[in-house]
Design a protein around this ligand. Structure first.
Ligand SMILES: [Mn+2]
Length: 302
């Protein structure tokens, strides 16, 4: 089975429809399908930020329900479930309702105003989205594939975000917390010199996102493995810090990282498909059969 793997959409339904059409999908009874029976693999982050979140969810879920696509959970879907699930034990919700959280979720809340029943339906669908998918010839995860986390999930995750799971997730230092954070939001590194920086929402952070997909031979100074850091820290040699290395013969596709420009392959075993459609970038797909060819970059469609 050949898949078209598609990165973070964030409510950009027009770009999604254009990309699906470019890939050869067409609408039949309101559902996109492919004449050759190809399937889409969606990598998560369907909601928040963009102008057509409801439309995006209808396209993606309809395709999944019809068997024309599979979809995994992004951190935005996880956050939405937490945001809307009351914490009966401690009061409030499993995600805080302060400015930062409302701001991140604002477009979704606004666009679903007056469509509460429909939202409820999608929220229940989010709860059942898999946290990762493994196929014969590739893997899919929203932010980071770490074998020890995936193995834990295979054994312990009940295929749904239950109240018990959310309660455990909210305990600092719990296994559930670490695994969700790293699987859906990625690996982080705290600079040892006390550096801080500001993320794209203007929030002060002391952790830097780690480019865990960077192959070993390219890891020399910290700038090589950190998405964002100060010049001074970035120029420090990494030394023997080999953590966060993805080693497998099977390629993993992921989104989440807001990469810029045209898609490139830096490591053909770990390919990011998020090129910031929600920030003047582009929605990117990869045709899975191109994993078998020498020039794999021919597999990108955008
Ligand atoms: Mn994300």
């Amino acid at each position: 089975m050949n898949y078209d793997i598609i990165g973070d959409i964030h409510g950009h339904a027009d770009e999604l429809e254009m990309l699906l059409q470019k890939l050869g999908y067409y609408l039949l009874n309101g559902i996109y399908q492919h004449p050759e029976g190809r399937k889409v693999m969606f990598l998560g982050d369907y909601i928040d930020r963009g102008p057509k979140i409801r439309e995006t969810l209808h396209i993606v879920k309809n395709m999944c329900d019809a068997g024309n696509a599979e979809a995994i959970m992004g951190n935005h879907e996880f956050n939405a479930v937490c945001f809307h699930t009351p914490d009966k034990e401690n009061g409030g919700f499993y995600r805080k309702h302060t400015f930062t959280e409302i701001n991140q979720h604002f477009e979704t809340l606004k666009q679903f105003k007056g469509f509460e029943t429909e939202w409820e339906l999608f929220l229940n669908w989010f709860k059942k989205l898999p946290l990762f998918i493994e196929k014969d010839h590739f893997r899919a995860v929203h932010a980071c594939w770490d074998d020890k986390h995936i193995n834990w999930l295979k054994k312990n995750y009940k295929e749904e975000l239950t109240i018990d799971f959310l309660a455990n997730f909210n305990i600092n230092g719990s296994r559930e917390n670490e695994i969700i954070e790293e699987t859906l939001k990625g690996k982080e590194h705290i600079p040892t010199n006390g550096d801080v920086f500001f993320d794209k929402d203007g929030i002060e952070r002391k952790e830097c996102r780690v480019k865990w997909w960077q192959p070993l031979e390219n890891r020399i100074i910290y700038k090589d493995i950190l998405m964002m850091c100060s010049l001074e820290y970035g120029n420090r040699p990494i030394g023997d810090d080999k953590e966060h290395l993805y080693i497998s013969n099977k390629t993993v596709f992921f989104g989440h990282y807001w990469l810029k420009g045209n898609p490139v392959i830096k490591n053909d075993k770990a390919i990011c498909l998020d090129y910031s459609v929600a920030k003047n970038g582009q929605l990117v797909a990869f045709k899975s059969e191109y994993l078998k060819v020498l020039n794999k970059e021919m597999g990108f469609i955008y």
